[in-house]
Ligand binder design. Structure first.
Ligand code: GLU
Length: 520
């Protein structure tokens, strides 16, 4: 048998914003497809109209555009297997439902919700299957002319898949190996509902995988229970030769504690669980997104790629999309859940941020300054970025512990850079740094120092150095920390010569005189 062309699909239901776990699923599909020169299809599974959320489809498309995950076919991309939106494929599904009915592999069921409810109360752990189906109201029990009459009269029905009990169903999973399931535990899944004349997810998903010639189904572990039905329906249709291979990806777990990652974890610990900001059209609620938080798409991709897979110890964790495509190995994905380490996500962002030229930071930095009513120039802003981007900042983690980390986001620069643009107004004499560095005679020393600066014409780092270095030797004064108090108002900031050169002569001396006055 010749190798099949690799064709994968990402098939979300447009029920809201795309969860970060869904992004990882799409990414793994993409890496796998690219690696094998295959195709990636974008299919919208919108057969459950009750759960449809306007804007979700557009949101998903925009997310992938931002992340650089490209589709070859599908909704908004076109292709030869369309339409790719399931709500536009009704007629196709009807034909396949009819085929199963004609061959006796599916049957009509007329049980009302109330009847099903009554049965559930009567029979413990009720399941619609071989053990119960003959007690129900369906075409296996009701004579066929009666069935035809009921349908003609407009009685609502569903079509159920007839599952033969006692069979071993083999699910061939690249990550989990051979998973064997006894068909007796499966229920006769509803494939079609007359009420909305639409197939259910189960039928549409599987028929489309066949029609779209999907070779590999790579999806979250939560879909593993649907896999046996995939196998059985392919068999019922006579498509077993082209059964896709499965890969069920490990769950994303909470950063701390047990269980699946949820939006609440993100809210509590302050990280997004969606790629882009999402505005809920019904509630108006706004959920934060990686893009708006200041993440670079490359960092998000890199971070997500490592949640469930890694390239081995002798390879750097920082990998471009190209490297990921080369190195990714679906067969080496973990079976165990992957902990969502959001601190690591910020670390990745740092790695990518510092690779960027300083000018690339300017638009975001400029926007940040404007939020604080500061207008500056691109040159000045790039200069501040150069001086400050490698600083370490302190933060408090989700458990209230004080920690240190590098700049991870452009927005981290604000507390570190205000003083470049705004002169310190007040001086906290309780501040440890100020107390330690502002003594009895400091005001006097600073006055002398200001006079020296006044005489410098070349107010650049070199020009300052040439005059100030020898002066400090001669005068026996070490002005650095007190000078910092004057210009910054605290024990932070860049090299003092760099800062003074940035501020310029007038501003530097002005800040010194004001500090001397206030601290005396
Ligand atoms: N529509 C399903 C979802 O929302 C697709 C599951 C699958 O990939 O088979 O994820």
């Amino acid at each position: 048998m010749t190798e099949r062309k690799v064709r994968v699909r990402f098939a979300p239901s447009p029920t809201g914003p795309l969860h970060i776990g869904g992004v990882r699923t799409a990414l793994y599909n993409y890496l796998f497809a690219r690696q094998h020169g295959g195709d990636m299809v974008f299919r919208i599974e919108d057969t459950d109209s009750a759960r449809f959320v306007p804007g979700a489809e557009e949101y998903i498309i925009e997310s992938f555009k931002w992340l650089g995950i490209k589709f070859d076919e599908g909704v908004s991309f076109g292709g030869e297997h369309g339409p790719y939106r399931q709500s536009e494929r009704r007629e196709i599904y009807k034909k396949y439902v009819q085929q199963l009915l004609d061959e006796g592999k599916a049957y009509y069921a007329f049980d009302t919700p109330e009847e099903l409810e009554a049965k559930r109360r009567e029979v413990e752990n009720f399941q619609y299957d071989a053990s119960t189906r003959m007690q129900m109201r369906n075409s296996l029990v009701i004579p066929s002319d009666e069935v035809q009459r009921m349908i003609a009269e407009g009685q609502q029905y569903v079509v159920r898949f007839l599952i033969e009990p006692g069979r071993e169903v083999l699910v061939d999973d690249i990550i989990r190996g051979e998973v064997r399931i006894n068909s007796s535990i499966l229920d006769d899944k509803v494939l079609y509902k007359s009420a909305d004349q639409l197939p259910t997810y189960h039928l549409a998903n599987i028929v489309d995988d066949h029609l779209m010639e999907i070779s590999h189904v790579i999806r979250g572990e939560e879909w593993l229970p649907s896999a046996p039905l995939h196998v059985l329906l392919y068999e019922a249709f006579g498509w077993s030769d082209t059964m896709p291979r499965f890969a069920h990806l490990p769950l994303l777990l909470k950063p701390v504690g047990n269980g699946k990652l949820s939006k609440r974890d993100g809210d509590k610990l302050g990280f997004p669980v969606f790629p882009l900001e999402w505005h809920d059209p019904k509630t108006g609620e706004v959920s934060s997104g990686y893009r708006e938080k200041g993440y670079l798409p490359e960092a998000v991709v890199n971070f997500l790629a490592l949640l469930g897979w890694n390239p081995g110890n002798d390879h750097s964790e920082v990998m471009s999309m190209e490297e990921l495509i080369n190195l990714f190995d679906l067969g080496k994905c973990s079976r165990n859940g992957a902990r969502f380490d959001y601190v690591k996500a910020a670390w990745f962002n740092h790695q990518y941020l510092i690779q960027q030229p300083d000018e690339a930071w300017v638009p975001a930095f400029d926007a940040l300054l404007r939020q604080h009513d500061i207008v500056s120039t691109a040159e000045k802003e790039a200069e501040v970025v150069r001086m400050m981007k490698l600083k370490v900042i302190e933060y408090t983690d989700g458990e209230g512990n004080k920690k240190k980390r590098n700049i991870s986001f452009v927005s981290d620069l604000w507390p570190l850079t205000q003083f470049f643009f705004v002169a310190p107004e007040t001086f906290d004499t309780e501040d440890k740094f100020i107390r330690k560095n502002w003594k009895e005679n400091t005001a006097d020393e600073m006055r002398r120092f200001a006079d020296v600066l006044q005489g410098i014409d070349d107010f650049t780092v070199e020009g300052l150095k040439a005059v100030v270095d020898p002066w400090t030797e001669e005068a026996g004064i070490r002005p650095w920390n007190a000078w910092r108090v004057c210009l910054v108002g605290a024990g932070q900031g860049p090299d003092m010569y760099e800062l003074a050169a940035f501020l310029g002569k007038e501003e530097t001396i002005g800040r010194m005189r004001r500090a001397i006055e206030k601290l005396s």
